[in-house]
Design a protein around this ligand. Structure first.
Ligand code: PLP
Length: 386
């Protein structure tokens, strides 16, 4: 067994060896600028377009509607800002779920300062947004609905198909942040009636710093980055070619492996969830019991401090997370756990364990051995000091 156990695949994944191999030549021999006319440039252009085809296939969209970006955060920002600015003559109201990633939430807070009206839709105790709630909040001047496909903290899968149907029926744009869902569960842009979809390479065994935004053909959209004719004039800047090529390979692998990876991970996830429920008294499973990502296990432990738990796990060689990577280091309780109705105290005792391609049954059993001991120990220290 490896001497360290990595259970933070929702924060990021390692680059798959096949992906790495495909990327390497684009740092050295194949360095031409895809915008250049010469042969080397044309080779780079060809590689980028091949990659675009592979990433597009993961979402079942035409390659021409897929735009490369610097990652999920840029894609989310572009979707929210670009779509609302382009539609503002129709209205200025945006509906988003309260459990979105900060890239969506903070873009919305910025839009509020630009005098857009943002409605943060409540969720139920599993973190699910009900399609009825979405429909009830639609008004004449609503121009965009943004609900993520899968939550990055608690793993809940949203009813995006129903929500997309409602958006389309009312002629409102629908954006979904599919950074966690892509490659993990089947996604078809037209089936969920999405106009905009954000994805990121480093969550699917591709490189960090590369992502994409799907923009349905005909959607009016402003650019976020200005300056060059790249990406059909909508996203300026010389392409991150190696990253794009790696993203293409990662998407291809994800599509090939999705069914088998998901079956294996679901079994391991359930072994971990049931094991924790049996061994740690009072453990509260967060997220939907069944409509959740195959690799996500998320608990709140009453009377425990998440940060202390993480540090002790790290000492024991286990890498986990207290929630989203973006809130690590801050003691703010997770907005997702508050939205599902937890008290700040309970929310601060949370732990996210996310599994991946390298996760083995032996690692699950090791965590089930170590975690309950640490939890009991920390609880003992707490009660002992009072
Ligand atoms: C990781 C993540 C992002 C941000 O993607 P980056 O490529 O890291 O910028 C956005 N949304 C969700 C749901 C994520 O999990």
């Amino acid at each position: 067994m490896k001497d360290r156990i990595y259970m933070d695949f929702a924060a990021t994944t390692p680059v798959a060896p096949e992906v790495m191999e495909e990327m390497l030549p684009f740092f050295t021999e194949n360095y031409g600028n895809p915008s250049s006319i010469h042969g080397s440039g044309r080779e780079s252009r060809k590689a980028a377009e091949q990659a675009r085809g592979k990433v597009a296939e993961l979402l079942h969209v035409p390659p021409r509607d897929l735009y490369f970006t610097s990652g999920g955060s840029e894609s989310d920002n572009w979707a929210l800002k670009g779509a609302t600015f382009a539609q503002q003559n129709r209205g200025r109201r945006i509906l988003v779920s309260a459990v979105e990633h900060h890239a969506v939430l903070d873009a919305c807070k910025w839009l509020q300062k630009q005098h857009f009206e943002v409605v943060f839709l409540p969720v139920d105790r599993y973190g699910t947004v009900s399609p009825e709630t979405v429909e009830e909040n639609i008004t004449e001047d609503t121009v965009l609905i943004s609900v993520m496909a899968a939550n990055n903290e608690i793993g809940t899968l949203q009813p995006v198909r129903e929500i997309g149907e409602i958006a389309r029926k009312h002629g409102i744009l629908f954006h979904t942040d599919a950074v966690q869902a892509a490659g993990a569960v089947p996604l078809d842009a037209e089936e969920i009636r999405a106009d905009l979809i954000s994805i990121s390479a480093h969550k699917i065994y591709g490189p960090k710093g590369t992502g994409a935004l799907y923009i349905r053909g005909g959607t009016r959209m402003d650019a976020l980055l200005h300056g060059g004719a790249q990406e059909r004039g909508l996203r300026a800047g010389t392409e991150n070619l190696a990253g794009i090529v790696g993203f293409g390979k990662a998407a291809e692998l994800a599509a090939q492996r999705m069914a088998s990876d998901s079956a294996r991970l679901t079994a391991l996830r359930d072994r971990l969830i049931h094991g924790i429920q049996e061994r740690i008294p009072g453990a509260v499973l967060n997220g939907h019991p069944t409509e959740r990502l195959p690799n996500n296990c998320h608990f709140s432990f009453p009377g425990l401090e998440g940060e202390a738990l993480l540090l002790r796990l790290d000492l024991a060689g286990i890498a986990a997370s207290a929630g989203s990577a973006c809130t690590a280091g801050s003691m703010e309780p997770s907005h997702v756990l508050l939205a599902v109705g937890q008290t700040p105290e309970l929310a601060n005792g949370s732990l996210r364990l996310t599994l991946g391609r390298e996760t083995t049954e032996a690692e699950i059993d090791e965590v089930l051995e170590v975690l309950p001991k640490i939890a009991a120990d920390l609880r003992g220290m707490r009660s002992g000091s009072w």
